[in-house]
Design a protein around this ligand. Structure first.
Ligand SMILES: [Zn+2]
Length: 315
């Protein structure tokens, strides 16, 4: 064997030995593993920009847009519009705007709904930062839709609560701008001006206008024929009540429940029981009474509805 061949064999043996040591030692494995992780990391970095699915934290950090409530919204063409009796009804336009644009002004024809046992819960004088959110929580928990007749001066201070009422699918009605009787009932013009002012406020916040309204203090003793004519001309429908919870007084929750129970004995009202309550400031007894008032109706098998054009006149 030549000396060159012997040297070649010795070199080969050493190389084989070193390769064995390298591939089996923990240190060498760690180095290889780190290297493979690095490869994965690079691949990940490269693949991220083309990823279709955004990371989960990116989704949750986006501002959440609440879904639009289900409602019938009158737009340009209200001909042949099918009104869902279970949904609130709003308009995109005032009657004046409809006239200007040559759009149909009259509300779509809807037959009054008289159920076997139907109740409409209504709340006046809000939105209030104390009472309205609690009432909304109760209604949400019990899966009941109600109607809120809102006042402009309250909306100005609590626009977010108005949005919540709307987004949770309740009906909203116009209850004047400032609720001050001596301003409101000074004249027909002054009454209508307050409705319009409140209407604009609601439109600016929600993008829709109510067509239902309730006269502060009720129409009896305040409305003359001229008021009714003006209301019809402006496309509003006044909604009264036939069951008074009595919460305009300082009565406690037990009395309020008893008041409703007593009036509920009148079977003539079962087909369209419209309950007057208040969610305005100071009406915490109404909030306390509400679950019991709802229970009264539930126990008797009543269906809960919100006010829209199919709601019959109270009397
Ligand atoms: Zn009121």
């Amino acid at each position: 064997m030549s000396s060159n061949r012997i040297i070649f064999r010795i070199v080969c043996s050493f190389m084989a030995f070193f390769i064995t040591i390298l591939t089996t030692s923990p240190l060498a494995m760690l180095a290889l593993s780190a290297n493979s992780q690095k490869t994965v990391a690079i691949e990940k970095e490269e693949s991220e920009p083309v990823s279709v699915e955004p990371p989960v934290n990116a989704i949750s950090s986006k501002p959440q847009q609440p879904p639009l409530p289900s409602a019938t919204v009158l737009n340009e063409n209200i001909n042949n519009l099918i009104i869902d009796p279970t949904l609130p009804l709003y308009d995109k336009f005032t009657v004046a705007q409809r006239n200007q644009k040559n759009l149909i002004c009259r509300l779509p024809k809807a037959d009054y709904y008289y159920g076997q046992k139907t109740v409409y819960l209504t709340f006046d004088d809000g939105p209030d930062p104390e009472n309205t959110p609690v009432i909304l929580d109760i209604l949400k928990k019990l899966q009941i839709k109600a109607t809120f007749f809102v006042v402009g001066t309250q909306i100005k201070d609590n626009p977010q609560i108005l949005k919540r009422i709307f987004q949770e699918g309740h009906a909203i009605g116009n209850h004047s701008y400032n609720h001050i009787y001596r301003d409101l009932y000074r004249s027909v013009d002054s009454y209508v001006a307050q409705l319009h002012k409140n209407d604009e406020l609601i439109m600016n916040i929600l993008g829709v206008r109510p067509r239902i309204t309730r006269a502060p203090g009720g129409t009896v003793g305040s409305f003359t024929k001229e008021y009714w004519d003006a209301l019809a001309e402006q496309g509003y429908v006044d909604i009264g009540w036939n069951i008074a919870s009595g919460d305009a007084s300082s009565a406690n929750a037990i009395t309020l429940v008893a008041n409703v129970a007593k009036q509920l004995e009148n079977e003539a009202l079962w087909s369209h029981s419209i309950v007057l309550m208040h969610d305005g400031s100071g009406h915490d007894e109404t909030v306390k009474a509400l679950p019991q008032i709802i229970k009264l109706y539930k126990d008797r098998g009543f269906e809960f509805r919100l006010v829209n054009v199919q709601t019959p006149p109270a009397w």
